[in-house]
Design a binder for this molecule. Structure first.
Ligand code: NAP
Ligand code: ZN
Length: 345
């Protein structure tokens, strides 16, 4: 075992404390990663504040990890000391079920989350708000040269969570794509959908982010704070990705879909989202969900980002600013991802 520095929250909504946690000794297939940067995802906050049900405390969140390989186990073949690598929301899965065979490990019943999950050795996984992590090599991604590690970190969750549904539902030239909510996930959705060639509209609660949205690559901006916006744009989208972290009126937003359009929920509020059957029936609309992406697809997304010069728009913070950053995320005051610099530990 090796003791490493981390920031943990001791209970729901309790302030972070600097602490030490144990990382396991390297098994033959394990990679020891020195974490340089860890992004702050709204899922960290849902979990740390107990909004999704049971959380095991103390909790070290963080599933947007970018760093370098410090050591490898005897049988590791995919990664070498010094490599630039990332870890996202998963650190293991069964490897045998249909989902795993299809490269969709995120849907494996035995998938082990990067934090707040019971690991195979009976310990609770602890995430990226720490200086080091040990992960089996199959769940370690290569960060291509050309993307710096700080702006790469958020790609490991925010990036893949938007890339996967955009690809699955064929975002591209001729497709009218709407992105609901311009936060961490949403801003990556704009960049990715634009790079895929789709016509992109951002839906945001005010006019405050209009200029940013266009600079990120959006073609249009819709202020949902104006009560006329949703009605005016009814029936004009092929694909909408809802990244909003709170409950919104799904019926009003489903009404934005054109014939055969799909609204994909990636936003995961704790509240239920009631839907009227008549929001779906008239235009043969679909309402779907999507969870991150598989390991193969995550690598594909990182390579795509390198090819298109994409990274997250970030604000770097130190370990002592995590609580403040969480509050700012909840207030919608982030442009567009906080990233913790572990050099500050
Ligand atoms: P975030 O940075 O906080 O962005 C969420 C955005 O939602 C905000 O920027 C805001 O956009 C909008 N919003 C927030 N509260 C709202 C409200 N009350 N009414 C209307 N709009 C509101 O969060 P994130 O990190 O992008 O995560 C977004 C959600 O996705 C979270 O629920 C998270 O848990 C979930 N998530 C899911 C997956 C998955 O695999 N499915 C992966 C990662 C995260 P505007 O200011 O532009 O209106
Ligand atoms: Zn996340």
């Amino acid at each position: 075992m090796r003791s490493v520095t981390a920031y943990a929250t001791p209970g729901p909504g309790k302030p972070f404390q600097k602490t030490t946690i144990e990382r396991r000794d390297l098994g033959p297939k394990d990679v020891l990663i020195k974490i340089h940067y860890a992004g702050i995802c709204h899922s960290d906050i849902h979990t740390g504040r107990g909004e999704w049900g049971d959380t095991h405390f103390p909790l070290v969140p963080g599933h947007e990890i970018a760093g370098t390989v410090e050591a490898v186990g005897a049988q590791v073949t995919r990664h070498s000391v010094g490599d630039r690598v990332g870890v996202g929301c998963m650190v293991n899965s069964c490897g045998e079920c249909d989902a795993c065979q299809a490269g969709e490990e995120q849907y494996c019943a035995g998938m082990i989350g990067t934090y707040n999950a019971l690991d195979r050795d009976g310990t609770w996984t602890q995430g990226g708000y720490s200086t080091h992590i040990v992960v089996t090599e199959d769940f370690v991604l290569r960060i291509p040269e050309g993307i710096s590690l700080d702006v790469a970190a958020p790609l490991l969750c925010a990036g893949i969570t938007l890339y996967s549904p955009l690809r699955h539902w064929n975002a591209g030239p001729g497709k009218r794509v709407g992105i609901l909510g311009l936060g961490g996930l949403g801003h990556m959705g704009v960049k990715l959908a634009h790079a895929m060639g789709a016509e992109v509209t951002v839906f945001s609660r005010s006019t405050a982010k209009a200029q940013d949205a266009l600079e990120l690559g959006a073609d249009h901006y819709a202020n949902t704070g104006d009560p006329e916006t949703l009605g005016r744009l009814a029936g004009s989208f092929d694909l909408i990705i809802n990244t909003v972290s709170a409950a919104i009126d799904m019926n009003a937003h489903l009404n934005l879909l054109a014939l055969d359009g799909t609204l994909v929920n990636v936003g995961a509020p704790s509240e239920q989202l009631p839907v009227h059957a008549f929001s779906l029936i008239p235009h043969r609309r679909s309402w779907a969900g999507s969870m991150i992406g598989g390991i193969r697809e995550t690598q594909e997304m990182l390579d795509f980002c390198a090819q298109h010069g994409l990274g997250a728009d970030i604000e770097l913070i130190g370990g002592e600013q995590i609580d403040h950053a969480w509050d700012r995320v909840v207030e919608g005051d982030v442009r567009y991802r906080f990233v913790i610099d572990t050099a500050s530990f």
